[in-house]
Design a protein around this ligand. Structure first.
Ligand SMILES: *Cc1c(COP(=O)(O)O)cnc(C)c1O
Length: 460
């Protein structure tokens, strides 16, 4: 398996090239050369053991030509040894993606990338004396997950940029309390400024000759691709809970058509949802996808009008989704061969204001005793809006065949949730510990020169 750019399918790259480059030389995003077809009965069987066992099987289809199958297995089992439970909030199914080390769904991609890239560097004998610098911009969650995913991996230094004062205190701790090979930079600007600084470095040939630098934000192939795994795991749990007799029939080799589900995905950079689209193309029975956005509604607007008009992000209480120019839009277009009509048949999009999000948090808490983070709450709103739209237009849709993705633990957003519900969310021990640790960070203005200087100091 090789990889190519969304903008040019003729040139192929190895996994190492694709993951270290981050962006393709033509500015496109990396995609797998072909989409392997999944044997659903194999995947459903493995899912009964664990998420890691199932994921290791799927990962090997993409990575086994790059590192040995045994190494794929070891890396994925190290990276993904946590649960991703499908639970019910009242009558709705939600997939809780936040039981990893930093309590966010980005742990899946970041830990997988850390382990697999670590394995690739190890296989190369870590010949390079210069450290590999992972440069990443974050609006809150990416940075902490990446920092954790690469923490203490030999030969790698992480430089994480985030907008000063625009991430939650706990998120900030998750980036500034690790130390060792993790360097946190607080930028006096917005998330888009941080992303711009990172892009400027990647477009600068001079600095890239001097230091060995790569990205690990959600555009990176090794971050993006493993996110497709949990869609299969969600499906396996769903069919076991909702259609156990069908599952038995299917597993016994009898004729049984697997029913389809709809996924609702809180979206910012559209990495998560586009990985789900990849899963569908691998053969997962999915009816369609619903993107749930906050006020940064570029994608829902695109579905409405056919016009893609990126613009500066606005700040919301679901800040990990504050993205005005979703990078993975190109991957969606590539998966659909730039066919707007085809996208509209399979994908819907809804957007919600901060006050709607707060109402949703309160409603979930009051009605169902379920505490949701502000990002995940947009998924709940979109689930309800889709169901009522279907009901109004006489289409068949059933809350039992919709799964909304919960992307972060409420513990990380207590300053939003507590004033709404009157209750402090429970803080898991692994987060609590960070609050008491010493913090290390550097404050900087939006300046590419400053960033270059910092990279040179770290990278030589
Ligand atoms: C990053 C993030 C999102 C958005 O995911 P994308 O892949 O960027 O669309 C949603 N919720 C949380 C909590 C996140 O950290």
């Amino acid at each position: 398996m090789k990889f190519h750019s969304t903008r040019d399918k003729s040139r192929l790259y190895s996994l190492q090239e694709a993951s270290v480059m981050g962006l393709a030389p033509d500015g496109g995003l990396f995609m797998p050369e072909y989409i392997p077809q999944i044997n659903m009965s194999e995947v459903l069987k493995l899912a009964q053991y664990s998420f890691a066992d199932m994921s290791s099987h799927i990962a090997s289809l993409f990575f086994k030509d790059s590192i040995t199958p045994l190494q794929v297995d070891e890396a994925i089992k190290k990276a993904l040894s946590f649960e991703i439970p499908l639970v019910k909030a009242g009558p709705y199914y939600t997939l809780e993606l936040f039981h990893g080390p930093t309590c966010a769904f980005k742990d899946v991609g970041a830990s997988s990338m850390g382990q697999i890239l670590g394995t690739i560097l190890h296989n190369n004998g870590e010949k390079e004396n210069k450290p590999l610098i992972i440069l990443t911009a974050t609006s809150g969650d990416t940075g902490s997950a990446v920092a954790r995913g690469f923490y203490d991996i030999p030969g790698i230094t992480v430089v994480v940029l985030f907008p000063n004062g625009k991430v939650s205190p706990l998120q900030e701790c998750q980036m500034t309390a690790l130390g060792k090979n993790i360097k946190a930079l607080k930028v006096n600007g917005t998330f888009d400024d941080c992303q711009m600084l990172v892009k400027a470095i990647f477009n600068n040939r001079e600095i890239r000759k001097q230091v060995n630098v790569t990205s690990a934000n959600s555009i990176n192939l090794l971050r993006w691709l493993p996110q497709s795994f949990y869609y299969f795991y969600a499906y396996a749990q769903w069919i076991a809970q909702e259609h156990s007799h069908l599952l038995k029939q299917f597993m016994a080799g009898e004729e049984a058509e697997l029913p389809e589900v709809t996924f609702v995905v809180p979206s910012g950079n559209y990495g998560n949802i586009s990985a789900g689209m990849l899963a569908k193309r691998m053969g997962l029975p999915v009816k369609g996808f619903i993107a749930a956005a906050n006020s940064n509604d570029v994608f829902p607007k695109y579905l409405e009008s056919g016009q893609y008009e990126p613009r500066p992000s606005v700040q919301t209480i679901a800040n990990a989704m504050d993205v005005g120019a979703p990078s993975n839009f190109e991957r969606i277009q590539s998966l659909f061969n730039n066919d707007y009509e085809a996208i509209c048949r399979e994908v819907k999009g809804y957007a919600y204001s901060d006050s709607q999000i707060k109402e949703a948090i309160l409603e979930l808490y009051r009605k169902y005793g379920y505490t949701s983070c502000p990002h995940s709450a947009t998924g709940y709103l979109a689930t309800k809006e889709y169901l009522s739209e279907c009901a109004n237009s006489g289409m068949k849709a059933d809350s039992n065949s919709i799964i909304w993705l919960s992307t972060a633990s409420p513990a990380k957003f207590s300053e939003v949730i507590a004033p709404v519900t009157g209750q402090m969310p429970h803080i898991p021990g692994r987060l609590q510990e960070l609050l008491d640790k010493d913090k290390e960070f550097t404050i900087m203005d939006v300046s590419t020169e400053t960033l270059e200087e910092i990279l040179r100091t770290l990278g030589e």
